[in-house]
Structure formats: C-alpha cells, structure tokens
Design a protein around this ligand. Sequence first.
Ligand code: FPP
Length: 273
Amino acid sequence: MTTLHDKVPKGLNHKEAEVYRHLDSTKLPRHIAIIMDGNGRWARRRHMPRVAGHRAGVAAVRSTVETAARIHIPALTLYAFSEENWKKRPASEVGFLMSLLSRYLKAEVPTLNENNIRLEYIGREYELPRDVQERMGWARAATAHNTGMVLTLALNYSARTELVDAFRSMIRAASQNGGIDHLRIDEQTVSEHLYTRHLPDPDLVVRTSGELRLSNFLLWQLAYAEIYVTSTLWPDFRGVHLLEGIAEYQKRERRYGGLNHNDAHHQAEVVKA
Ligand code: FPP
C-alpha cells in the first residue's frame, strides 16, 4: 500500500491533510458523483427560508470541488438540479436556483482555471432559460482548455430521461448509417450514447443528509458504485467530508459480482479436492 505521509498535496487544510495521510494513493476513485441534499433542512433548522440553504450550499460546492481537484480526482459530478426539481418546486425557488447557478459560473471560472478544472454538463440543457444556457456555454468554453479534473454539473437531469435520449440517439445513428437493420445494441453502445459518454462510470457515489435513495441519478452508470451516505447536510459539507467518504470507500472490497479473495481461494481448494 502506498500511503501518503510525505506527499500531502498543496492547498489542503490541516483537517484535510490528516485524513489524506491515511489514504492509499493507488486506490483513489476515478470518478465521484455527489447527490447534494439537505439545503432545505439546513435552512429550516435556522428558521431561514429554503433559498438560504441553497446559497449556503455554494460554499460546500466550492470546497468540495477544490479539494477533489487538489488530490487529483479525475472526475467529479454534482447533482445540482434534477428534472423533478425543475418541474415540481415553486417557480420562485427554481428562479433563485437558476440565478445562483449563473452567479456561481461567473464567479467561479477563474478558480476553475487556477485548479485546471474543465466544466461539463449533463441534462437537457435546451429546456433551461436561454440566459442560463448562454452563461453555461460561456463557462464551458472558458475552461475547455483545462486538462485536470472534469467537473460535470447535472442540471435539469433525470437518469430515465437520459436513457430515453440514449435510445433515441441510437435509433437516429442507425437510421443515418444504413438503416434500422444495422442497429447493434450492447452495453458499450448504450454507454456511448449517454450524456456521460465523456466519463468513466463513478466508483463512488456520495449522498448527504442521510437519505438512502438514488433519486433518478446516473442509474446506468452507478451499477457497481460504492454508496457512501453521510448525515451531514449539504451546506455543512466540506472537502474533509469528501476525504472521509474516500477513506470509507477504500475500506470496501469491490467484487463486481465475483467472489472476494478468501472465498475465491476456498473455492479453488474445493475444486482441487
Ligand atoms: C437539495 O436540497 C439541493 C438542491 C435541489 C439544489 C442544490 C444546489 C446547490 C447546492 C447550490 C447551487 C449549486 C451550484 C452547482 C452552484 P433540498 O432543497 O432538496 O433539501 P431538503 O431535502 O432538506 O429540502
């Protein structure tokens, strides 16, 4: 095991460095996905309006993104806004979230560039307000040259809608390439038509605020992901909590449907006998 005693990356604070030192650098997740939850409850506990929780959530986004980039996680995906949020929350809250996102993108591009982070999006972008789409396009272009972590924001995202869009895209591709008789569907083809075709599947999914649901997030891609749930509400979440999630992930044994090491050994002995 390669421990990280001597090489704590620059920029980690004292608490982060403490957790980081116990991690195994050869087993960092390649892609972490986060379901940011609990903004409303954070605000309610303080007798504040729900939107105050969203505003406070931006500091959590900033800390988490910077820490992930500093420890060289190749990909981080944040569930910022589900299709259901968009359709089922009051217009005033949706409007607030849209303007918060626009302001975040404008303010954060210099920091994303300093940290060599490339911004991407998943979700039906074209259904978002035109000015938000323009700001998103601007931020994506302004970070497109970066070669470090890919930060993907899920905006107006639904995993089922993504699958529907993937099926439509496969049919369209086949019809432009010799017709439906040439349609060949296997797991790789489906993956290549998902919004996440630019990313490896997440190794770790983090959910804050203690809820035990996937909430229509990356249902195909999370097939073998380790799930880490913390009771911390999103506005209180920081880089150190991400590192704690990674520490927990590193304790798990990933089997992908196979046997663990001891069982495999035992099985081999039984076959020999
Ligand atoms: C869930 O909390 C959170 C959201 C629906 C929005 C997440 C948005 C942010 C963290 C801030 C902006 C994001 C970016 C990328 C700038 P909830 O309202 O469902 O909380 P509750 O379950 O306690 O009510």
